[in-house]
Design a binder for this molecule. Structure first.
Ligand SMILES: NC(=O)c1ccc[n+]([C@@H]2O[C@H](COP(=O)([O-])OP(=O)(O)OC[C@H]3O[C@@H](n4cnc5c(N)ncnc54)[C@H](OP(=O)(O)O)[C@@H]3O)[C@@H](O)[C@H]2O)c1
Length: 362
């Protein structure tokens, strides 16, 4: 079966409808092997839970998608939220409105973003573990809280600035450039810092997209010889490589480092569905150039939340950062939205609209 047919198999799930009188959930039916399949998901319905003293009732408006969710389903995630069992509601952050509050610190009507799980309502004590943040009513869409002004945005910012120490004029290479993190990193690196960005993405449409979103030049890794293109587009080597894919692309960039280069280890999606782990053969290239390869995990950067969200909202307002979210419609589409990431179907941050924008924002 080809990718198009495999994705079409999710259409029957996407047709599932919800209403406001019950709580609908996506749960794990079985552990995914390789890419997620429709049979890995179970659609459930429960009563809407009642909040007790110290709790709130949240109503979901948007949910964000991230490659790590497949690891939660497989119970192989080494970072982030706790592993899940068969039958558990899948983890996922989203944007919600507080529709009832018996919590002293949270008011009815407030719009928040945090750990909702793949469900249409949730009762919560608003614990630190769920990482809820109030969404400021600053004229921007609430949808952005499920991605660009959410954990994806914080990941892009922390990876680029806290980890990559970018400088004006840096000869930069960015993989996964058309994805959620990548499409933000490219624009911030080019438009805020002044880096010269070569982006890597799959297919001519995505390459055209990244050239309009911060990349001076593009490499289509599905059609081009990456090594030959790097030699052509980065003949003097690389000052900063932002890695979203790992594997052979990381190896190719390691071969081409300039002095005092930086490599940011954000993700390695090309390795996630391999049966045998990829073995990096040339990390010793760091030595000859006094270079640094540094990883980061977004949850270790939560203390920067307010500053980062403020900065990024400002860059959106002055046009340096165009928010790009790829929004699937309807709660039923959540499984397909996760599959999209692994089939490379998303452009920008993959999200799902459960109920659209909230009517009132308190
Ligand atoms: N360190 C952290 O705290 C942190 C936080 C968030 C995300 N991440 C990681 O950052 C990376 C990007 O995350 P995201 O949420 O922004 O996802 P994303 O880039 O929006 O989604 C996945 C994209 O990866 C590309 N891709 C899929 N399979 C691939 C393969 N085999 N080889 C190369 N590219 C492939 C596809 O684009 P193409 O069509 O161009 O192939 C796809 O659209 C992921 O690796 C994720 O795990 C890390």
């Amino acid at each position: 079966m080809g990718a198009a047919e495999e994705l079409a198999a999710f259409d029957a799930l996407a047709a599932k409808r919800i209403d406001d009188d019950a709580n609908y959930q996506w749960r794990i039916a079985r552990r995914p092997v390789g890419n997620v399949r429709p049979e890995d998901f179970e659609f459930g319905v429960t009563e809407i839970p009642e909040p007790r003293e110290g709790e709130v009732l949240l109503k979901t408006h948007y949910l964000g998608l991230a490659p790590v969710m497949r690891f939660y389903m497989q119970a192989t995630a080494r970072t982030g939220d706790v592993s899940l069992g068969i039958g558990d509601v899948i983890h996922g952050r989203g944007v919600a409105q507080i529709v009832k509050s018996r919590h002293p610190d949270w008011r009815e009507g407030e719009i928040v973003q945090g750990q909702m799980g793949w469900q249409t309502y949730k009762v919560s004590k608003m614990t630190a573990q769920e990482k809820f943040f109030r969404m400021p009513n600053n004229g921007l869409d609430a949808a952005l809280g499920a991605g660009v002004l959410g954990m994806t945005g914080l990941s892009a910012h922390a990876g680029l600035f806290a980890c990559g120490s970018p400088k004006e004029g840096d000869r930069m290479v960015l993989s996964g450039a058309a994805g959620g993190v990548g499409s933000m990193v490219s624009q911030m690196a080019a438009n805020v810092v002044g880096c010269d960005v070569v982006g890597i993405a799959g297919g001519p449409e995505k390459c055209a997209f990244i050239r309009e979103h911060g990349c001076r030049a593009s490499i289509d890794y599905k059609a081009d010889d990456i090594e030959a293109m790097l030699d052509q587009l980065r003949p003097e080597g690389i000052d900063l490589y932002f890695d979203n894919v790992g594997g052979e692309t990381l190896e190719a960039c390691l071969e081409r480092l300039r002095m005092h280069a930086r490599i940011v280890l954000c993700g390695s999606i090309s390795e996630y569905t391999r049966e045998e782990p990829f073995k990096l053969s040339n990390y010793t290239r760091l030595r000859a150039t006094d270079s640094v390869m540094r990883g980061f995990f977004v949850y270790n950067h939560l203390s920067d939340w307010d500053r980062v969200m403020g900065e990024m909202s400002g860059w959106i307002a002055d046009g340096k950062l165009k928010p790009v979210q790829d929004i699937e419609q309807g709660f039923g589409a959540m499984p397909r939205a996760l599959a999209n990431l692994y089939y490379g179907r998303n452009v920008g941050v993959q999200c799902c609209s459960v109920r659209g924008e909230p009517e009132e924002w308190v």
